[in-house]
Design a protein around this ligand. Sequence first.
Ligand SMILES: [Zn+2]
Length: 319
Amino acid sequence: MRLIDLHCDTLAKLAKPYGRGTILENPYSVDLVRLEAADSLIQCFSTFFHSGRYPGPVREKLAFRKAQQRIDLFEKQQKYCGGRLLWIRSRGDIARCRFEHKTGALLTMEDAVPIGGRMENLTHFYERGIRLITLTWNYENAVGYPNSKNASVMEKGLKPFGLDLLAQMEELGIIADVSHLSDGGFWDVVKNSGKPFVASHSNARAVTNHPRNLTDDMIRAVAQKGGVIGLNFCPLFLGCDGVSSISHMLRHISHIYRVGGEDVLAVGTDFDGIKGTLQIPGVEKMELLLDALKKHNMTQRVIEKMWWKNALRVFEEVL
Ligand SMILES: [Zn+2]
């Protein structure tokens, strides 16, 4: 069965000075050889770089340079794949992956800090191939505020530039991602977006009370907007104390399914960005979750939606 994973941090691993292997084959959780074995249709690759805590021009300049370097790295790495890994920049590219049975890579920007409050930078990164932007990471940026245990931060909405950016992203065809965002920012996206958006790698807060997860109202809102929620394998968000277990994944999937319906389910592993003991340590083992879902009486139709059809629907609507 084809698979779309909305989030991994493998590029950050490959970018390290002591990084081993390539995007074709490496010792981390995601590479093309294993994506092909898992019948992957699209793997989203984050271009994230940790640029520090404090908003301002110094951090934005650094983040801008690092985002460029990540995209350069992807371009270089793609060459190791001899045409087997297609870069997804349009609906046409997705169609090619489907009908030529290839794997696609979609580049995402996790944290809009490289844009730094300048709309021309958004255009620049669109031209460089970014097709999904996670509006914040865990710190304030020019767009808004992060998820937080501090209620006064959590309730803050998008900044005026964040609202402009959201509108311009839709105009260009870039998917908005609310994972990591404050609750106030989330609701501003709901109010102001005209297209489906995603929570690329988040789970259910009713199951695990963590600010990175979504409340039931949020799950329903994503579903109503036609968006999707990618299941995150991080032990902390699954609520399983250092071990990312399939049984905990099933709890979150069941809850999100019950609250948001079958059209909101998706996968956003966070491979290579999470710590702990992983029962599914890499994309080659995704079939373990597939088998568990079947045993859990999820129908083939719903599994296919979660595995790739729902995310595909969002990509085709926005790109
Ligand atoms: Zn993340």
